[in-house]
Ligand binder design. Sequence first.
Ligand SMILES: [Zn+2]
Length: 171
Amino acid sequence: MGYMAKPKSRDDIRNTSRLIRKIQSAEKELYFPIVDFLEKTLPRIIPGFTFRVGEVEEMGECHGLTFPERNEIMIRSDVYLRACEGSGRDRLTMAHELYHYLEHSKETVVFARTGTKNIPPYKDPEWQADAFGGELLVPYDLAKDLTIDEIAEYCGVSLAAAKVQYRQIHK
Ligand SMILES: [Zn+2]
């Protein structure tokens, strides 16, 4: 038993990330200001949207939580503070939650009983949100000539995430 979302290809997800960059006027920037986007831009363009920083006691193991029905994204305070300082892993967590907010809701995600077979990645909401995080923070169109180290440094992602995106770009 797992969750199943509407199928999304890497290209679909990449296009969504381009749109988000356009909304933020960051089409030409290697470093996407994900904290600003969630904290300032999204509340401005979606009335009723709330970005909330939650305490560790309240959120436990969860680094981020998204409540589509409540129009809310909640990020754990330590994750938020590290993201503000530019920590790649925490910035990715915020981008990941953004995708859940944009694409996943009660209407679009269902429980799926798939027997022995696993849910294919393109229908797995967690895979989709991770893929989006990578695409948003590492712009495909701008990062083509960068090395893995440069991607990590200029785009503000972890070395692990930089490797994943490097492979996507040079496929
Ligand atoms: Zn998730």
